[in-house]
Design a protein around this ligand. Sequence first.
Ligand code: NAD
Length: 432
Amino acid sequence: MAKEAKIKYISPIPVYKEKEYDPFIEATMQFERAAGYLDLEPWIYQRLKYPERELTVHLVITLDDGRAETFTGFRVQHSTVRGPAKGGVRYSPDASISECKALATWMTWKCAVVDLPFGGGKGAIICDTLKMSENELKKLTKEYTYAIRDIIGPYKDVPAPDMFTNAQTMAWIAEAYSQGRGCVEPAVVTGKPVHLWGSLGRAMATGTGLFFVLDEASKYLNQSLKGKKVAVLGFGNVGSSIAKLVHDAGCTVIAATDMFGGIFNEKGINPYEVEKQIAQTGSLVNFPETEPIDNESLIALPLDILIPAAVEGQITKENAAKIKAKIVLEGANGPTTLEADEILAEKKVLVAPDILANAGGVTVSYLEWVQNLQRYFFTEEEVREKTEKKMKKAFWEVVKVMEKHKVTMREAAYILAVGRVADSLRSLGRAN
Ligand code: NAD
């Protein structure tokens, strides 16, 4: 930060000591910088530093082969100050409570940046979806819903899809929750199938929001998107959506990776064709007329725009200096470590931060929730217009803070978001 943040708090959380990378430590340090900058009252600082609630559940299901298996799941609510907790549910072998705490915290700030009436939450189950049948996933999802049903609900906490969960998973959650309530309650989750109370435009929402932010960032930098070289790290829901949108806007997508490997062609790769291959084979690996590439080499390519869209902690102090892109557009949550962020700031790379850049998903989730609560549905055009308005407004509000305080875009987004939640707490008079 240009103006030195007044850090007057002592963190009881060990920083970078025991573990190389801990997402909750990253999230806490990002918050502390904004808290110091805003000179928050100690009671507000304490309230926002730790999640309000962390629930761990153990779920037993009978697998297709007759064996009983126990899975561990989590639901973390970081804040419900501005509204129900909002955030995805992730199915992953690497899921952890620390990851959920970080992702829940980031959701609080993300909802505040785009000014949605939500707090932040996140959930996960430790499991490998690639090794499970649809029937097993359905049973697991329903058990998870029963286990967390007391703390979720349309006015308490509204889950959504995240990595390795999708519209089908959300339909199962809605069904299990509704069964327990004795009435249909679609507003308990968002990201549902469109024929089952979902919103038009949700599938591409995060990619669409990323594109709005990229478009505004290009205007801010007085650049055109045409002919720009782009690479996408993580070609799932978010990565494939933004890849198609930048391709349509005249950019050349030259590389992409997924968890199995990567593809590179300097002349360009058609993301629509890659998507077709993934639908057939489950991976982009061996896409015709491409060379293999790994994440580290992709990050170091001569690019204009780098889009991390996989997991946390991919851009690190080890590889940040090698980045040649002028814009890093964060599709993933927490893809850049704090140390990498400092290197990128020195290199004058514009990092469009996750809590702003990928907020299109939660914005359309908000619209889905609104539609479900009033049982009245918007057209796709209405959803797009409302999302565009929210995202662009948020972008320029962040730019205003960035220019006023001479800080990075991430720091500006945090100052805006933490400031909004702190203002709410102050006005509610929630001090003890
Ligand atoms: P997804 O499961 O659809 O896709 C994830 C992709 O990342 C897959 O292609 C997977 O193979 C790939 N991947 C996983 N580990 C990788 C690695 N080490 N290297 C390269 N690729 C890897 O998930 P998604 O919904 O696209 O989410 C991706 C990221 O975006 C996550 O950080 C998520 O929290 C964030 N996000 C998602 C949404 C949403 O609406 N889905 C909204 C905001 C943020």
